[in-house]
Ligand binder design. Sequence first.
Ligand code: HEC
Ligand code: HEC
Ligand code: HEC
Ligand code: HEC
Ligand code: HEC
Length: 332
Amino acid sequence: MAAALWISGIGTALAIAVAAVGGPAGLAVEPVRATAGPAGAATAGCADCHVAIHDEWRESRHGAAWRDPAYQRALRDRARPERCHGCHAPQPVQERLGRQPWARDAERDHGVDCAACHAWRGRIAGPFGAATDAHDSVAHPAFRPDGSIALCGSCHDTTIGPVLALARDFRDAQLAERGKSCIGCHMPAVTRAIATDGADGAPLGPERRGRSHALRGPGDPEFCATAFKLGVEVVQAAGAEWLELSVGNRAGHRVPGLTTRSFHFRLQPLTADGRAAGAPLLVTIGADNLLAVAETRRFRLPRPPGATAVELEVEHEHGEEKVVLTDERQPL
Ligand code: HEC
Ligand code: HEC
Ligand code: HEC
Ligand code: HEC
Ligand code: HEC
């Protein structure tokens, strides 16, 4: 019964989104049009049956895209803050797949909500096309690894404020052709019933191979560290011995991906008894020297006398915070 209500909610939202797309041509350039449509109202309803997915999403940066204090602060000095809302409180992206979404008026605090990604012409688009009485489902290529660039790129392909066009990097480097995908790295695989009864937890379908909506991102130090392939080697050059640090980018785009973030590398040569042998090599990679996709950059320090080992520390600077990603010793 209640399910029917949500579906009619989605249908209404979509009808409005479609009308907006069909609006004056000028709107396509400046997608600030907001509607009174309840596109976001669907989120609470979805939670009744997609309990685990909803919990993951709510804690994710997508769930927090409107509430994010950094976002709310940034709006304060904007003459036309509504220009920003298209990605932080969007209408469904499916109707404009690959282009910046329209902004939404209703339930903005739901941020990038369920309907933003899944609502499609009054139906629910997903990876399977699983039949259910709850809603009309349809399999859509944007929910498969090789098609996800279109979905994610709707919002991650524009350089605006501190945000960089990461989807463009991914596309230019032809990483999809090498089996990589946005969801492959950022949404970990899980096998489970994708819908459960909100009251007793009973599965409402078979176990399926799907993905977690707990977006893995730079806020997770273990994940963030996978961005780099690090190496330290002793090399001979210009008649001297050097310690060479190599930093390779293994992410699907340049790093960092926001102009306000940076990575600090500290290579400390050590003596046999673990004391510092000379000054460390200090390197920062940030907005003015971003590491491109697949790039490896090398840095050298003359090998200090008595250095038999090194300690390598990597830190991520993230707003006011600095988080250690790696702290390792290795013999030379
Ligand atoms: C085209 C889509 C899009 C639009 C339009 C947009 N943003 Fe964002 N915004 C993003 C994405 C994507 C991120 C996350 C980027 C990341 O974490 O790498 C983000 C993150 C942010 C952050 C968080 C930065 C942090 O340090 O955590 C702020 C602040 C922000 N945006 C401000 C704005 C402002 C102000 C506007 C309007 C001028 C705006 N955004 C318009 C897509 C958009
Ligand atoms: C009354 C329970 C119920 C509600 C409410 C509900 N769903 Fe579902 N949903 C299901 C069931 C059952 C399935 C199919 C489970 C299976 O076969 O594995 C499903 C499947 C899905 C799928 C997979 C589609 C596919 O086949 O690829 C998506 C995506 C989805 N739901 C999203 C949503 C969203 C978004 C909402 C809110 C707008 C929502 N659902 C509301 C019960 C519900
Ligand atoms: C409707 C717009 C939209 C779509 C579609 C979208 N994102 Fe986002 N994404 C955002 C915004 C906005 C933020 C930043 C929220 C904030 O922190 O203020 C964000 C944040 C993120 C972050 C967290 C970055 C951080 O700094 O922690 C990751 C990772 C991410 N998105 C990946 C994806 C992937 C993968 C997809 C495709 C499945 C996707 N996004 C689709 C708008 C979108
Ligand atoms: C940023 C886009 C985005 C948002 C927001 C989003 N999803 Fe998804 N969702 C996806 C993608 C991509 C997949 C396909 C994952 C895969 O390959 O299995 C997916 C898959 C699903 C599935 C199928 C099960 C699975 O693991 O594949 C369900 C059900 C679902 N989502 C429900 C929801 C619900 C409910 C919400 C809101 C609480 C939500 N989604 C929010 C992108 C999104
Ligand atoms: C090969 C794995 C991989 C692929 C593919 C990938 N990413 Fe990432 N992404 C990472 C890693 C690792 C980080 C953490 C490094 C960082 O934050 O700079 C990251 C960071 C991010 C961030 C946060 C940037 C920042 O500096 O705060 C966003 C947003 C993001 N990815 C979105 C995407 C989108 C959208 C796609 C598809 C176009 C994508 N990623 C493809 C691994 C990947």
